[in-house]
Ligand binder design. Structure first.
Ligand SMILES: [Zn+2]
Length: 330
């Protein structure tokens, strides 16, 4: 179904060829309109909110203003997720468009080739884009009266690499298979609604988070694992035995399966070892892509720019390479 949509005209409102033809000044104007819609793109000081500014662009430099009220200088990316980067705005636009066009996820090495930047630059850019997407899931609740939410988990990392899904399902909960590095991505996915993921050591330890994210009165669907037993005291829960069938008497967890299938494809195809601190970021990216799979890539790109410009400087990736030494593939 989603494949058909991707081939349709509606999904292709923005081509990379179009993005490559956009000049840096046009990209700056686009970002300004997205960041400051209330003034139709006229600069607003991020420090004091002043709109009276001097134009202080330097030769070959980015669009730059000085606030008449507080005398601070700023650019269209000052105070945002893209603050402190030295790249032209056109590069951010291209990075986001390329990231959005790659529906199964884009790895940093491929992104660096497309953009003509170093691997390090592409790595940080990709993570900032993920941070923008993930910011939309902060505090999001799913479910409610008359709504159904599917809950499921998938273990990632450690040395156990199950050969196939069936074996994975049988093995993943055995204690001896859970090394210290093993983590589990748990999701709560509302039918016809949003997906929220989080990362835990075990499925059972996700109960508190699930209760905080799933509204009272929700019909919860989960598999037969004992990890979910605690949910029965909070919700009406239907259980499905994956060993028997994926859909039984109308009770299924196909939506959760769809998320994990996307997540696994990304993990195998692009992210060589998705684990540790990046796992949550990749899980949120997969959830965002899943929830927005019917939104055209042009709208996805514009929305992601909006998210990046309405979030403060990256906590995790500001000065990242000064703090970490990470090889290609991380
Ligand atoms: Zn100001």
């Amino acid at each position: 179904m989603s494949q058909h949509f991707l081939l349709s005209r509606a999904a292709k409102t923005l081509t990379l060829a179009q993005v490559m033809r956009i000049s840096n000044e046009e990209a700056e104007t686009m970002f300004a309109r997205i960041r400051w819609p209330e003034t139709d793109g006229e600069p607003v000081c991020p420090i004091c909110g002043g709109t009276a500014v001097y134009n202080v662009r330097r030769p070959a430099g980015p669009a730059r203003w000085r606030c008449k009220a507080c005398v601070k200088e700023f650019t269209v990316t000052s105070g945002t997720l893209f603050a402190w980067n030295k790249m032209p705005v056109q590069t951010y636009l291209s990075a986001i468009a390329i990231f959005m066009n790659e529906v199964k996820g884009k790895n940093a090495l491929a992104l660096s080739r497309d953009l003509g930047t170093s691997y390090k630059t592409a790595f940080v850019l990709a993570h900032k884009i993920r941070e923008a997407l993930g910011s939309e899931m902060k505090g999001v609740h799913v479910g409610g009266e008359g709504e159904t939410v599917e809950v499921d988990g998938v273990y990632v990392g450690g040395h156990i690499r199950p050969a196939n899904l069936k074996e994975n399902r049988r093995d993943r909960r055995l204690a001896q298979n859970q090394t210290g590095k093993r983590q589990v991505v748990v999701i709560a996915r509302q039918r016809g609604g949003k997906t929220v993921p989080a990362v835990f050591k075990t499925e059972a330890s996700s109960t508190g988070w699930l209760i905080s994210r799933i509204a009272k009165g929700t019909h919860v669907v989960a598999d037969e694992a004992a990890s979910w037993n605690n949910l029965h005291t909070h919700y009406q829960v239907s259980r499905i035995d994956h060993g028997q069938a994926y859909s039984l008497d109308g009770v299924s967890s196909n939506q959760a399966e769809s998320f994990f299938s996307r997540f696994r494809r990304g993990e195998r195809g692009h992210f060589h070892h998705v684990s540790g601190p990046y796992l949550a970021a990749y899980a949120r990216e997969s959830a965002w892509r899943e929830d927005n799979r019917r939104v055209s890539n042009g709208d996805q790109t514009q929305h992601t720019i909006k998210l990046a410009l309405s979030n403060g400087p990256s906590v995790d990736f500001c000065g990242y390479w000064q703090r970490h030494k990470v090889g290609a593939g991380d």
